[in-house]
Design a protein around this ligand. Sequence first.
Ligand code: ZN
Length: 290
Amino acid sequence: MVTAAAVLLPALAGPAFAASKPLRLDDFLGGPPRLRGRLHAAKVPLPRPRPAEAPQTVPDNAKAPAEAEKTAEPAEPKTPEPSACRLALTEDIAIAPSIPDIHGPGGCGGEDLVRLEAIVLADKHRVAVTPPATLRCKMASEIADWVRTDVVRLTAALGSEPSVLDNFDSYECRGFNRIAGAHLSEHGRANALDVRAIKLANGKSIELTDRTVPRDLRESFLHSVCARFMTVLGPGSDWYHEEHIHLDLMERRNNYKICQWNIWDPLPKIAPMTPVARPDEAPERKANSE
Ligand SMILES: [Zn+2]
């Protein structure tokens, strides 16, 4: 109201006053002359909404955004420097080409991603990851190291070496245990791998959760993964992991780890009708696993 009255003053006071007018309607409204004419005709200074075409800045400042834009404009899209992990994960260790970052809904995705296709052993033999796993570089690197050292050692004791790592699931944008609305699974962050089996060069296969696989071998695998990964979930952790082992590198406060994988005793092929003497080499029986 005050502004409108002040603006109108010079116009109403006549040409003499108007000649030295310090303010012009156009300064404020930037409008065409007809706008002033209309106000004359009305004779009543009515507050008007600011017209949409009114300039947002005074002319002196109008140049600034254009200049700022010019200087802020990046010369060219920059490619990020390869991470230390990326540089270390050479083709002597794994066939794991980099893939573009994923920025999915609900925090899904990640950066520094690779497609882990195979792990290269010290003897240059390759352990195929089937299907190839989409993982953060650090997770892929840990998997590669696990296979190259622990899995090679454990399978060498069986007289063979690994040839295929069975990828049950890697990157997938989903909630924990596929429960809608649950907190984001590490799978959604490309930070997890589910493994069911490791196939050997001699044609055999180690199903990690198979009760018929020698118990001490399964225990050795358990110890190897729980020493490396931040989360290990297997049989006995919940009903979602009875047939595969979940591995991830979730970061928790104080580096807190979760290792939940119960090694079940083999199921008897035929339920004995009478109690039989346990052999000396039988593993200790646990009250809750009977
Ligand atoms: Zn999993």
